[in-house]
Write a protein that binds this ligand. Structure first.
Ligand SMILES: Cc1cc2nc3c(=O)[nH]c(=O)nc-3n(C[C@H](O)[C@H](O)[C@H](O)COP(=O)(O)OP(=O)(O)OC[C@H]3O[C@@H](n4cnc5c(N)ncnc54)[C@H](O)[C@@H]3O)c2cc1C
Length: 642
């Protein structure tokens, strides 16, 4: 008997990511209403329409990528034995990139520069010029809706976005005029995408060890200035978006190795020969690539064989005479590339939270049609309390992560439009690594739970969950692992002398206080329970990180606990605020959630096991009491290597 001859369950269709997701609509609705009330309906209507466009247009393009042979491949030699280094990608991948370009998935976060022609067109709400700080939230909400059907095309576009921001901040007028119109263009025939080439074999987590060298193309005898041309030599170990047009890369401009990361500068390298700036006649320059290679002094040695993100061409590159333009000042490369990372990290969180949304939708749709035996009777999964309980945990986590992620996009928008206070800027600096790291590791747990909830069918490659799990696993690695990002958070605490932490504690307490009035009418007992738990957490944070100066010990395990505490509390406080908003009277017709359900979500996250606060606190206690000895960790982690 074949599968089509037995009884199978009714197939279900996925709807679009906006109409199927009330919690997404509610958090976006609240933040937009509070920050740009006059545009709220226009923004929400536009998101609803864009979600439908994604379902109708990008989903079929993504399906093209699932055809056999659609993964990228590198053709190094032509039939004459000449080196050509051609990267071939599929029709689906190229179509998805064009979709992102045409719909301005980067451009909507920006203003007029380079995209005057697009402002006011039907698919544009006008970027920063019209929406101010909310332009970023709006732009990320669109990326969120697109991400589950994107095949990770946002990877090159996130780096493009980072390149735009870097040029805005550090580019010369000439560089802005030359590159921004290309990077922001919505015309696929003229638009450029940019990569970011930092990771080298010697160190990905610590780019300060970069070995790639840049030497001035022409000896001028004067101080280097932005826009100067350099010849670049080195080896970049992981380089995604090699099918793009340019890349920002770090290279060492000083032979004084004692300078460490201060000897590194930032360059814009056009990927192809045809796009590189003219080489002055006075330059003695050798391009070590073959005449038949299209690349600007770049050899593509191989494409990486990866667990996930398999449609993204990620290469090992040799820079052998690549011509690059200096961006900003010599020696400021690491500080400047941080503006790329601040953006790519938020894209990383976008892809993750959106992947949970899709996984939850698939698993919950399956529960409506899959019947299993309960005491001999066929019962739909949705009617089994134990099953609902497992998926409800994913639902709680998803709602909490929305409250961490979207406010961070809003802070980014404020920073970029000059409307952020110094306090906002410190909070953004702290929340960007927190959000990226925490979202990444919670996402893979959530997707695995959704796969489990679908039984054997969940494990099948033709449903989207296994691919989502593989793709989102990389978010725990690229743009900084959770450990590296925890160390970054610790650095902020040290740099601000604890101010960022103190302000955050005050802000969290103030939000909960302000929410109490509306929420006691919903359920006083739950509000008091949340208050008691948060007081306990604040006291533990003060004991360890303010009075106890745990970060000064240099033991990174404290940093990791702190990152988790900041993430769980920030998202929990966001849930409380959301519930209070839903419980408050309003004259504006914006859809709100059920305050009772939202308060219950907050209680489960903050006081129950879903958020994991008590577990993190007990780990912190064990560190503080000296009970968690590093020597035991070593024996447990490396049993056969000691
Ligand atoms: C699919 C994919 C695509 C990528 N694309 C790009 C790209 O386009 N451009 C680019 O520049 N890079 C890219 N990367 C590289 C990525 O950014 C690095 O892999 C990442 O930063 C980690 O660096 P690493 O691999 O050298 O790991 P390592 O630095 O060797 O880290 C190994 C482990 O050690 C831990 N660790 C390292 N240092 C410390 C420390 N001081 N304290 C405690 N723990 C520590 C890390 O957390 C990690 O768990 C890509 C990676 C992947 C997987």
């Amino acid at each position: 008997m074949r599968i089509d001859e037995v009884h199978t369950h009714t197939p279900f269709e996925l709807s679009d990511g906006w109409s199927s997701d009330p919690s997404l609509r509610h958090v976006v609705g609240r933040l937009v209403l509070l920050n740009t009330p006059a545009r709220v309906h226009q923004i929400l209507d536009s998101l609803a329409a864009f979600a439908k466009t994604c379902a109708q247009t990008s989903r079929p393009l993504a399906a093209l990528c699932d055809r056999p042979g659609a993964e990228p491949r590198l053709v190094q030699y032509n039939e004459w034995g000449q080196r050509v280094d051609r990267v071939e990608t599929s029709e689906g991948w190229r179509g998805l990139k064009d979709f992102m370009t045409v719909h301005g998935l980067v451009g909507e976060g920006y203003g007029a520069e380079g995209q005057e022609a697009w402002l006011g067109k039907p698919d544009s709400l006008g970027g920063r010029e019209q929406l101010g700080a909310v332009a970023r939230l709006f732009s990320f909400a669109r990326n969120f809706l697109f991400a589950p059907d994107s095949k990770v095309t946002p990877c090159p576009f996130s780096m493009t976005d980072g390149a735009v921001r870097t040029l805005e901040l550090y580019g010369t007028a000439e560089q802005k005029g030359k590159y921004l119109p290309k990077l922001l263009s919505r015309d696929p025939t003229t638009s450029w995408q940019s990569g970011q080439w930092m990771t080298e074999v010697i160190g990905g987590s610590d780019v300060g060890m970069t070995e790639t060298r840049a030497t001035p193309l022409v000896e001028t005898g004067r101080q280097a200035k932005a826009g100067d041309l350099y010849t670049i030599h080195g080896f970049k170990w992981f380089s995604s978006a090699i099918d793009g047009h340019a890349s920002l890369a770090l290279a060492r401009t000083s032979s004084d190795t004692s300078l460490g990361s201060k000897g590194l500068s930032l360059f814009l390298i056009p990927v192809r020969k045809q796009d590189r700036p003219p080489i002055p006649a006075t330059a003695s320059y050798t391009d070590e690539t073959a005449a038949t290679s299209p690349f600007n002094g770049i050899k593509v040695h191989r494409l990486k064989n990866k667990l996930g993100t398999r449609h993204v061409p990620t290469a090992e590159l040799e820079l052998c005479g690549a011509i690059g333009e200096l961006i900003g000042q010599e020696g400021r490369g690491v500080a400047q590339i941080a503006s790329v990372l601040n953006i790519t990290r938020i894209y990383s969180a976008t892809g993750c939270v959106a992947a949970i949304a899709r996984s939850l939708e698939v698993a919950s749709s399956y529960a409506q049609v899959r019947a299993v035996g309960v005491q001999g009777r066929p019962t739909l999964l949705k009617d089994i309390p134990m099953h609902a309980d497992r998926l409800a945990r994913v639902g709680v986590c998803y709602r909490a992560l929305l409250q961490l992620y979207f406010p961070t996009t809003l802070l980014l928008g404020k920073a970029e439009t000059g409307t952020a206070t110094p306090r906002d800027l410190r909070r953004l600096r702290m929340l960007t690594p927190v959000c990226k790291a925490f979202v990444a590791f919670r996402t893979t747990e959530c997707i695995a739970q959704c796969i489990e909830a679908m039984g054997g069918q969940g494990y099948m490659a033709e449903n989207p969950l296994p691919e989502a799990l593989r793709d989102t696993l990389v978010e725990r690695i690229w743009e900084g692992t959770p450990s590296i990002l925890s160390l970054d958070v610790a650095r902020i605490m040290v740099q601000t002398k604890g101010l960022a932490l103190n302000e955050w504690l005050q802000d969290c307490a103030a939000v909960v206080d302000a929410s109490t009035g509306a929420l006691v009418a919903v359920d006083r007992g739950k509000v008091e329970k949340i208050g008691r738990q948060l007081d306990k957490v604040y006291a533990a944070i003060k004991r360890a990180y303010i009075d106890g100066a745990a970060l000064a010990t240099g033991d990174g395990r404290y940093a990791r606990s702190l990152l988790e505490l900041i993430a769980i509390v920030t998202s929990g406080v966001g849930l409380v605020e959301q519930a209070a908003w839903s419980a408050s009277p309003s004259t504006v017709a914006v859809e709100r959630g059920d305050a009772g359900l939202e308060l219950e979500t907050a209680v489960r996250w903050i006081c129950g096991t879903d958020g994991g606060l008590d577990r993190t606190l007990s780990e912190l206690d064990a560190l503080m009491d000296g009970a968690k000895l590093a020597s035991f960790d070593s024996q447990l982690a490396f049993p056969s290597r000691l």
